[in-house]
Design a protein around this ligand. Structure first.
Ligand code: KG4
Ligand code: ZN
Length: 352
């Protein structure tokens, strides 16, 4: 079954053709990231406007790379939540229109569950992809870490899952982005903190981990701790404006803060994932979402987990259409989530 996946929940416009949820024939992603950098975060209106320009060319390119025409496509899958309202609308309205005009069944996909499904893509002829050699097995424990989510989810199968815990405030990716802003590193914070951390001492600053009930997380205190430390390092008190801190930090201080923050924030999620792994003894454990591309996260997981954990390519960790196509296939296969193309609505705050 050839599924066209469409993703537009944030600043990436993605389209991809995936066969049987597993074999990726194309994966086209256009990003408006450069336009948001100046603002230090995604500006929803700008992102939505750019989706309008990109979405048709991105879909056409995905079909072309997959060497397919509309006749070859068996279904369309689209992200309908969670995400930015204006951005989701562009993807959903496009998918609805195509489903009607091309006469294809439409599947409404949960973006966050889609991130987990990226780990089920194991084959491709596309160059430059390093995919896991096997699909994960159920029961499955997933650590979902992105710009909008930090969650631990226990899956009995694709559609029977239980949210074990989640962040009470900022998502971990959001904390990376905010900390990067405080210390003057470019958006998005994850990759720029990882880069700066290479030159820093990850044990220099002892940030404390938030103590939260069982599988819940909290990152806003850690972000404030970074701000207080930065103010102290430049000899100012807590009243000093955060936006003026970075210009007075030197490169060594920035690298040490980046490395210490990265270590402790990643350790926080790995600690809880490991406790959940021991309690639920799943067959597989996967990491998903933009922060899953973190080398520090992969290193800590590999060092601490008692089973072999497989990782997907970083390009499938950040937002893309392939993960949506993959989950769309499973929805079709198990008769779950078929949508009415005349009425499918977006759901910006959709939860797991
Ligand atoms: O999944 P994603 O592309 O979008 C959301 O659904 O949120 O995740 C984006 C997030 C950003 O917060 C970005 O800073 C983070 O993923 N990220 C990383 C890395 N690459 C991207 N965080 C840590 N380390 C990375 N290498
Ligand atoms: Zn995402």
């Amino acid at each position: 079954m050839n599924v066209l996946g469409i993703e537009s929940s944030c600043d990436e416009t993605g389209a991809s053709v995936v066969v049987d949820g597993q074999t990726m024939l194309s994966n086209v992603v256009a990003s408006s990231l450069e336009l948001h950098r100046f603002y230090g975060g995604v500006v929803p209106e700008i992102a939505a406007r750019i989706h309008i320009h990109s979405i048709i060319p991105v879909i056409e390119e995905a079909l072309q790379i997959a060497k397919m025409t509309w006749q070859d496509i068996d279904a369309i899958a689209v992200t309908y939540g969670a995400g930015l309202g204006g951005c989701l609308l562009v993807g959903v309205m496009t998918a609805r229109t195509l489903a009607i005009t091309k006469n294809k069944p439409l599947y409404a996909v949960n973006h966050v569950a889609g991130h987990v499904c990226a780990n089920f893509i194991t084959n491709t002829n596309l160059t430059d992809y390093n995919l896991p050699k096997n699909q994960p097995q159920f029961p499955l424990l997933a650590l979902i870490v992105s710009g909008g989510h930090s969650q631990l989810v226990y899956y009995k199968n694709h559609f029977n899952y239980h949210l074990l815990g989640q962040t009470r405030d900022d998502a971990i990716g959001e904390a990376f982005d905010k900390v990067a802003k405080i210390i003057g590193l470019p958006y998005p914070g994850g990759p720029s903190i990882a880069k700066a951390a290479l030159k820093g001492d990850q044990n220099l600053y002892k940030f404390t981990k938030a103590r939260m009930p069982k599988y819940d997380f909290s990152f806003s205190g850690l972000k404030t701790a970074v701000l207080r430390l930065s103010q102290e390092l430049i000899g100012e008190d807590h009243r000093f404006p955060s936006y003026m801190v970075s210009e007075r930090l030197n490169l060594t201080q920035k690298a040490n803060i980046a490395a210490s923050f990265q270590r402790i924030s990643i350790e926080t999620v790995v600690d809880k994932a490991l406790i959940a792994y021991q309690e639920f003894t799943p067959k597989s454990f996967v990491i998903a979402g933009g922060v899953a591309s973190s080398q520090e996260l992969r290193k800590q997981v590999s060092n601490r987990f008692p089973i072999e954990v497989l990782y997907t390519d970083p390009k499938l960790c950040t937002d893309n259409g392939a993960m949506i196509a993959s989950l769309g296939y499973y929805q079709a296969k198990f008769n779950f989530g078929i949508a009415d193309p005349y009425s499918l609505a977006i759901n910006p705050s959709l939860s797991m």
